[in-house]
Every structure is written in C-alpha cells, then in structure tokens.
Write a protein that binds this ligand. Sequence first.
Ligand SMILES: N[C@@H](CCC(=O)N[C@@H](CS)C(=O)NCC(=O)O)C(=O)O
Length: 216
Amino acid sequence: MVKLCGIRISNYHNKVRLAALEKGIAFEENDQCAPSRDEAHLERSAMGKVPYLEVNGETLTESQAICEYLEEAYPEKPLYPRDPWQRAKVRELISYLELHVELVSRRLHKQAFYGGAVSDESKAQVERELTRGLKALGRLAKFAPMLAGPELTLADVCAFVHLPLVATVTRLVLGRDLVEELLPQAKPYLKALGERPAFQRVAADRKAATDARRKK
Ligand SMILES: N[C@@H](CCC(=O)N[C@@H](CS)C(=O)NCC(=O)O)C(=O)O
C-alpha cells in the first residue's frame, strides 16, 4: 500500500491527502514527518521538504508529481477530464495557483508564521506579483461551479488548500486579504467545496494539527 508522509498543517501534504481521499485510494499516512535537512530525511526527500510518497521501498517527492502518479496508478475515479485539451487546462490552472500565487505569498511566511521580518521592499514586490497572479487566475478560472468547469478536478483540490492560506498570509503581513479583493468568487466557491466530505475532513484535520502545534 502507498504511504503518504508529511504533516497536516502543510498545504502540499493536504493537496495529496485530499486528492487520494477524493479518489478513494486506500493509503497509509505518517502525519508526523516534518521537513528536515537531516541526512535520513534528505535520503527520502532530496530537498528536505514534505510531502513524499513511499511506494515499494522507494520515495517520490513533489506534490504534483505524486498526484500525477496517483492519477495514472488509480484511474478509477479521475481528477482530470478525459479530453487532452481540458486536461491541459486543469494543469494550467494548477500552475497559476502554485507558481504565480502560492509560491509568491510563501515569501511572506517567515513574518506570518515564524517570528521573522520581511522588508518593506520585499512586501511591495510580493504585493505586485500576487496582484498580477490573482488577477490572471481570475481570468482563467471558470467557477462553473468548479474552477475548470462543471467537474471536480485536481485544480479544485489545489485551490482549496492554497487559497485560504494565501488569504491568511496577506491579511497577517500586508494587512489586506488579496484573495478576497482580487478573486471575490473564491469565497462562496471555497465554502461550497468545503461541504464535500473529503474536503471537510482535511480542513478539520488541518485545524486540529494547527491547534495542537500552537499548544506546544
Ligand atoms: N513544490 C513542493 C513544495 C512542498 C513544500 O514547500 N513543502 C513545505 C511544507 S508546506 C516544506 O516542506 N517546507 C520546508 C522547506 O521548504 O524546507 C511540492 O509541491 O511538494
């Protein structure tokens, strides 16, 4: 059986977990596997990050590569449309969400979550790039009712784990919720998605893991 390793406060861990749950895959989880630069961890995950997937004694990193593997290995309940063009459009949305939105806002994490400080210059740069990324996402996203059209896809899984985090980070560090301002369709869409059982479960487990970490 495949084993997912990571921590439930991680949006990328939750992306894979949610995809696996939606697809109805039987999998094991080690949710106590934190990012680390220790040799033992680097042997499993060369960048020291989470998540990674263990399969037959080998490991696979990068959430998108993991999700693509799960999609091909467990095709019964797909998270991509059949049509090649529509599949590519789902991947395009995921790239916008991750490269032009999530990764940009991540530069604010050290101030939002780890007691560090981000310079005013960096904040202004992040704000400019995020504005561009969120507006671009708004042009591509259909919200009909899902991000790529009528069916649930991996793009919705990504939106559900990434957009609330981006909203929180911009609120904490920039004093503005850029998601709410620039992508107002996101709020009702995320609320509706959150009513699906697997989404509800991952959101509740993320909250429990976050609360447990605060108490430490
Ligand atoms: N591109 C990676 C990103 C994974 C990632 O950034 N994971 C974070 C946790 S959410 C991490 O391990 N951070 C520790 C680090 O950057 O060293 C993926 O899609 O899996």
